[in-house]
Design a protein around this ligand. Structure first.
Ligand SMILES: [Fe+2]
Length: 368
């Protein structure tokens, strides 16, 4: 057998050293999503109607089909598959005569679930969308999106596999401040990522949620009927939010130092009831936050966990059962009285800037 050898000529590549020495810098953030008017509306009112891009829009259609199948199952089956835990923060909950809801944190529960397959893909797309929203806000305020948000989204980008894992990254020094120290060296990865995806089934004529603002960074609400209402912060009028809606949370308001408002919203009873899907993007608690990135004092670093817990502690859950809700409201009223007494005892009244942001309790002060 005769073998023939073919020789290929390699084209000569001429490298222009003068241009090669100037690498192209990475983009300053993700691609812009919102228009200037949308950013202004979101900052002013704390909420914004949003047309979902594909494939996220079609993902939600598929998700609601799975949600309908899930809520049609008997209560005992739903509770067995997703036992509730972490207060109302994980698993299946039933609030008699009001609603039922299923909450996912950043980790899958079952590997053989078509519902969770759809949740995982929708989760992935929502986080990327909401990151662009946060980046647009910080860019509009003159801040670097990476310095503001990257450490807060650590570990949240994708739904993790069932069981114990390692997201987020082990606590480390702040990537933008080598002198800072880990906020919580012994942190639990499951506790460090409080973001959640919640699916609601409101009963006909009975389900509701009182007026409130969310505690996290930004929330995406998508419903399949009327019921969600949002408040115009200038006229104080309530409007039906019939389509996908963004809601800014208290943590975003505090970090951005009142340059944005948190979105006041409520759920009204409707004769038909409704389903909704709510994704609440909350900060990863594993890494410290440098307030300078948000225009605060240089060198002021706060433990994100303490900062977030302080905001969380000033609110009560509108989704808890009635007795828990009433107890949380009483605790909140007591903390508010204590805060006001402490505030009256200070020379100069209301603390400002970093002092306010760093100490938490901020959600009690600004009731706009
Ligand atoms: Fe809410």
């Amino acid at each position: 057998m005769t073998h023939t050898t073919t020789t290929f000529a390699i084209p000569q590549i001429i490298i222009d050293d003068t241009t090669d020495e100037a690498p192209v810098p990475p983009p300053p953030g993700p691609p812009p999503l919102l228009t200037f008017d949308q950013i202004r509306h979101l900052a002013t009112h704390g909420w914004l109607p949003l047309t979902l891009p594909d494939p996220l829009a079609s993902n939600f259609q598929e998700l609601f089909a799975h949600v309908t199948d899930f809520f049609a199952e008997p209560l005992a089956a739903k509770q067995a598959r997703y036992p509730p835990s972490r207060g109302t923060e994980f698993g299946f909950y039933h609030v008699p005569e009001e609603k039922e809801f299923l909450t996912f944190r950043h980790r899958r529960v079952h590997t053989d679930s078509v519902l969770e397959d759809c949740i995982a893909e929708t989760w992935r797309q929502i986080v990327r969308l909401l990151y662009r929203v946060l980046a647009d806000l910080s860019t509009a305020a003159g801040y670097d999106p990476h310095s503001c948000w990257d450490h807060m989204l650590d570990g949240v980008w994708d739904l993790a596999a069932p069981g114990r894992g390692t997201p987020p990254s082990p606590p480390r020094d702040h990537p933008h401040d080598p002198s800072s120290s880990p906020s919580n060296p012994a942190s639990d990865p499951d506790e460090d990522i409080p973001s959640l995806f919640r699916l609601f089934q409101y009963y006909p004529g009975s389900g509701f949620a009182t007026a409130h603002v969310d505690i996290g960074l930004v929330t995406l609400c998508v419903g399949n009927g009327s019921g969600l209402q949002v408040q115009n912060r200038e006229t104080h009028a309530w409007h039906d939010a019939t389509g996908p809606t963004l809601l800014l949370g208290e943590t975003a308001r505090c970090l951005l130092r009142n340059q944005v408002r948190a979105g006041q919203h409520r759920v009204e009873r409707t004769p038909a009831g409704r389903q909704s899907a709510v994704f609440a993007l909350r900060p990863c608690l594993a890494h410290p936050t440098r307030l300078e990135a948000f225009g605060g004092t240089a060198g002021h670093v706060v433990a994100t966990q303490e900062y977030y817990r302080a905001i969380q502690g000033s609110k009560w859950s509108v989704n808890a059962t009635r007795d828990i809700r009433e107890r949380q409201q009483q605790d909140h009223a007591r903390r508010k009285r204590e805060w006001e007494a402490r505030r009256e005892g200070r020379a100069g009244g209301v603390p400002a800037g970093d002092e306010l942001a760093g100490q938490g309790g901020i959600g009690c002060v600004d009731k706009r």
